[in-house]
Design a protein around this ligand. Structure first.
Ligand SMILES: *[C@@H]1O[C@H](CO)[C@@H](O)[C@H](O)[C@H]1NC(C)=O
Ligand SMILES: *[C@@H]1O[C@H](CO)[C@@H](O)[C@H](O)[C@H]1NC(C)=O
Ligand SMILES: *[C@@H]1O[C@H](CO)[C@@H](O)[C@H](O)[C@H]1NC(C)=O
Ligand SMILES: *[C@@H]1O[C@H](CO)[C@@H](O)[C@H](O)[C@H]1NC(C)=O
Ligand SMILES: *[C@@H]1O[C@H](CO)[C@@H](O)[C@H](O)[C@H]1NC(C)=O
Length: 412
């Protein structure tokens, strides 16, 4: 037995020390981490990449080609050129067409589950027309306001979730609902299109009326499926940047959560000063951080990702149920996302872009994107202490908000 351990130890040590071939121009086995900083963009991840490490994984192969292209050591001039040019799209496109020409990649593609193939078939497309959008400056009721809101709520919802939207409008998403204050927040709902032929009503028409009435609908012409959720992030960043929306912070979350807006706004005002003082506002993201998660390999799961599609663990990311980041970061994510291939799981994708910006989400224990741990909820002050909790019905949301306002007023 002892001998066996000894042997295993040697094998492991040899693997760790031995397999890396020396670097030569002909044999670019691994790549040095970059050190160039340009326009606030960080060097690529601080690792040595082994080309053969993820040979079978479809997404890794696609992205490796793009990351190589922007590696500041291999291509020092690439990062110096402006980041706003359209070359990113062509690099991403080219890496896709080159990679998918390879025999092994094609084989891998055909072995992927059908819904992932469907994702791959559309993963290059990122421009979808806007069907409906708010008329005010970045969100509701912006027309007669000169000052940008402190916080813009960007809420992922679906056409049929009218009840959820209504609960949010009347409670935590109400623009400037903090007593006596005008406009500390505004909101926008992010939607794709649902297949609702069999309902017998014209949903598009209803949504159009809703948009006219509330002015808080942002809808694109793509199918609202789970694997298309990443598009909502990417297209929202673009919309936010193109409009030059000046909201200091963005909250992005689902439509089945409760947010304690008064507490959140107080927290953000507190953070703002420090963040501006130490110039880290451009990197700021806070939420429930999930570190070094492994992709879900259970094939019945909604989050299932086969090894052949993605290998390795995920970068640390903030749970997508509810997360806050700065408007400056939203603009940087808009640029960075053009050099990261779309990934079917939205919050992981945000983490992948963050890692390449050398920015990392901050963990805050009051963001409960997976609900209360154990019986914590039953304690009388639990709701008072949190900033956010997933997952709540529209009725619960309204009730919790009443409670939160009362508590906020009495503890002021
Ligand atoms: C990179 O830029 C430098 C100076 O800016 C130039 O001398 C060099 O030729 C460029 N290299 C490539 C490969 O374009
Ligand atoms: C927003 O909240 C802060 C702090 O609670 C307050 O000072 C400010 O007047 C509020 N209103 C606006 C429009 O910023
Ligand atoms: C539903 O309404 C929209 C907008 O009014 C219209 O363009 C569309 O043709 C209608 N669809 C159906 C199936 O009637
Ligand atoms: C995403 O939306 C596009 C456009 O409607 C659609 O063609 C595609 O099948 C959708 N992708 C997934 C994975 O559902
Ligand atoms: C800047 O302030 C934030 C918020 O307090 C803090 O988390 C971060 O560590 C600070 N960064 C530096 C570089 O001091």
């Amino acid at each position: 037995m002892l001998l066996l351990f000894f042997h295993a130890g040697i094998v492991v040590c040899m693997r760790m020390a031995g397999v890396k071939a020396p670097w030569t121009p002909e044999n670019p086995q691994f790549e040095a981490p970059g050190t160039l900083k340009n326009r606030g963009f960080a060097p690529l991840p601080q690792v040595f990449w082994r080309n053969d490490l993820h040979k079978e994984a479809f997404w890794n192969q696609l992205q490796l080609a793009v990351d190589r292209h922007f590696n500041p050591i291999l291509h020092p001039n690439m990062t110096k050129k402006g980041l706003r040019n359209s070359r990113f799209e062509s690099v991403v496109r080219q890496s896709f067409s080159e990679a998918t020409k390879q025999e092994n990649m094609r084989k891998t593609f055909h072995s992927l589950p059908h819904h992932i193939q469907r994702f791959v078939n559309h993963m290059l497309r990122r421009s979808y027309p806007i069907i409906l959008q708010p008329d005010g400056e970045c969100g509701t009721q912006g027309k007669d306001e000169k000052k940008p809101p402190l916080l813009l709520f960007a809420i992922k919802t679906a056409e049929l979730n009218f009840k959820n939207r209504q609960a949010i409008r009347q409670s935590w998403g109400k623009a400037g609902w903090v007593a006596g204050q005008k406009r500390n927040s505004s909101r926008v709902f992010l939607l794709g299109k649902e297949n609702s032929d069999d309902l017998g009503v014209n949903i598009s028409q209803l949504l159009k009326m809703e948009s006219k009435h509330y002015g808080d609908i942002l809808q694109w012409d793509f199918e609202d499926t789970f694997f298309n959720l990443t598009l909502k992030d990417v297209l929202f960043w673009r919309w936010f940047s193109d409009l030059h929306c000046r909201a200091v912070f963005v909250f992005k979350g689902d439509d089945d959560i409760f947010v304690n807006t008064p507490r959140l706004i107080t927290y953000l005002w507190d953070q703002l000063e420090t963040l501006q003082a130490n110039k880290s506002l451009k990197d700021f993201m806070v939420g429930e951080v999930i570190g070094a998660a492994e992709p879900d390999r259970a094939d019945k799961s909604k989050y299932f990702i086969p090894e052949r599609f993605y290998s390795g663990s995920y970068p640390s990311y903030a749970g997508g149920g509810g997360v806050v980041y700065s408007g400056l970061l939203a603009q940087r994510l808009n640029l960075m996302s053009r050099r990261v291939h779309l990934y079917p799981i939205d919050d992981v994708y945000v983490g992948m872009c963050m890692m390449r910006l050398n920015a990392f989400p901050v963990h805050h224990p009051a963001f409960l994107t997976f609900d209360f741990p154990g019986k914590e909820e039953k304690r009388p002050c639990s709701y008072h202490k949190i900033l956010l909790v997933h997952k709540r019905s529209p009725e619960q949301i309204v009730r919790l908000c009443l409670y939160a306002v009362v508590v906020f007023i009495f503890t002021k």
